[in-house]
Design a protein around this ligand. Structure first.
Ligand code: NAD
Length: 448
């Protein structure tokens, strides 16, 4: 099938590459000329495990092309995916200007006799498919095209991939949600997704509005689950319980499940914060106060700052001249994405209090440098970051931080002090190794 993907960011590039991998001809469109140039020269623009290999293969075999021209991009396509940004607007609602702007442009380009399916893959509020439909239709009517309704269908097909395992998620999705009332679109999309659900994972067909809401409901539920656990971790600290034990005890109940129960320094990333906010805003517009979501947002903001008072108190409320090593900048491991990363908040607060930060992240340092420049020191590796530092702070649970050389850490830090926002280490081991160790929802290990 000929496919076009408009917007070649995290979702667009993975979507385009994975569809090419199953034999489709894919053209990706982006307005960012630098990005298109880099992709056209055979280089991937994001870090995502497994992506580079299949990108190179499909690019070489001519199944994956890139352009800045929407006209050229959609010319031969039967299916057009919109993988455009939907950032939060000032009031927290999803900014639909990218999606609606492109849909108008598509309306000026559709040609008689050339049926296309336009698919919202971006995360968009309920009613967006209708708006996209109306935009295209009004442009076709303005061009006096006869029977314009027959020229296209608009489908909601939200994306559930997780950054860090995006290729795996796309190639073997837990489920595919297709929101449409068009039989023609249903049939074509069923064929397109068939290679991805061979193991029997469901393709769930529904109406457009339910599909749009499903995506927000899923992300908001996961954000709620994390926030609930973060609240439990606060209680653990106050009541002398160990959140790791509570988590294991709870998670073994099949009704609850083991995943998304890890407490930490708050969720971040390009999706959870904006999607929770957008759903709460949609609820408000529908004259409904979604009380749980309001609480989730508050809990998460507090959780991002949870370690700060502990750091201040350790240094007697004086961070001037102190150097803190920071392991992890990305909002989660296996990605270079730093959107809404808790590490950025910590950097802001700690540098404002007078501390120097020497940071290391396996993939995200270039993105942080682009955003905050030389406000912090960028170390060549995780141990270099520790040199002359007064403490180590861990903000992202990259695998390589899980079993570090503790003897080396001790020899490089001025004092063996670790603030761990991701509970990477066992308390008894930190006690044996002689560290002052602060984590989330567990007792502080004191220096003997
Ligand atoms: P992104 O910012 O990484 O990518 C968006 C791309 O669109 C950018 O490359 C940008 O240059 C391009 N763009 C902007 N305007 C354009 C235009 N007029 N024409 C062509 N290209 C244009 O965003 P993303 O993370 O890929 O997210 C896209 C959508 O998918 C969002 O709605 C997001 O909520 C949703 N989503 C994201 C994820 C994720 O993990 N990142 C997962 C599921 C769903």
């Amino acid at each position: 099938m000929n496919i076009s993907v408009i917007g070649t960011g995290y979702v667009g590039l993975v979507t385009g590459t994975c569809f090419a991998e199953t034999g489709n001809m894919v053209t990706c469109v982006d307005i960012d000329e630098k990005k298109v140039k880099k992709l056209s020269s055979g280089k991937v623009t994001i870090y995502e495990p497994g992506l580079e290999k299949i990108f190179e293969r499909n690019e070489k075999e001519g199944r994956l092309k890139f352009t800045t021209s929407l006209e050229e991009g959609i010319k031969d396509a039967r299916i057009v995916f919109l993988a455009l940004p939907t950032p939060p607007g000032e009031d927290g609602s999803a900014d639909l200007s990218y999606v609606l702007g492109v849909s108008k442009n598509i309306g000026t380009l559709l040609q008689k006799g050339d049926y296309k399916i336009i698919i919202d893959k971006s995360t968009v509020p309920v009613g967006t498919a209708d708006k996209v439909h109306d935009n295209i239709l009004s442009k076709l009517r303005a061009r006096n095209i006869s029977n314009p309704e027959e020229l296209f269908d608009v489908v909601s097909n939200p994306e559930f991939l997780r950054e860090g395992v995006a290729v795996e998620d796309f190639m073997k999705p837990n489920r595919v949600i297709i929101g449409t009332s068009s039989e023609r679109a249903k049939k074509l999309l069923g064929e397109l997704y068939a290679p991805f659900v061979r193991q029997g994972n469901p393709v769930i067909y529904m109406d457009e509005r339910s599909a749009e809401l499903t995506k927000y409901a899923a992300n908001s539920f996961l954000a709620t689950k994390i926030s609930f656990m973060n609240e439990i971790s606060q209680l653990c600290e106050r009541l002398g319980a160990d959140v790791d034990m509570v988590r294991r005890g709870m998670g073994s109940d099949e009704r609850i499940g083991k995943r998304f129960l890890f407490p930490g320094i708050g969720y971040g990333g390009s999706c959870f914060p904006k999607d929770v906010q957008a759903l709460a805003n949609s609820a408000k517009q529908a004259d409904y106060e979604f009380k749980i979501l309001e609480a989730v947002m508050k809990v998460n903001e507090n959780q991002k700052k949870h370690l700060l008072p502990k750091i201040y108190s350790y240094f007697n409320n004086n961070l001037k001249g102190k150097r803190i090593a920071l392991w992890g900048l990305a909002f989660k491991p296996n990605t270079d994405d730093i959107r809404e990363a808790p590490a950025l908040k910590l950097i802001k607060e700690l540098t404002a209090a007078g501390a120097t930060i020497s940071a290391y992240d396996p993939e995200a340092m270039a993105n942080v440098k682009r955003e905050i420049g030389d406000k912090i020191i960028y170390a060549g590796n995780q141990y270099q970051a520790l040199e002359e530092a007064d403490a180590l702070l861990i903000a992202t649970e990259w695998s390589e931080f899980r079993t570090p050389d503790f003897i080396k850490i001790k020899s490089l830090l001025k004092k063996p002090v670790i603030f761990d926002g991701r509970n990477l280490f066992e308390l008894y081991q930190m006690e044996e190794r002689g560290f002052y160790y602060v984590s989330i929802g567990r007792k502080t290990v004191e220096l003997k």
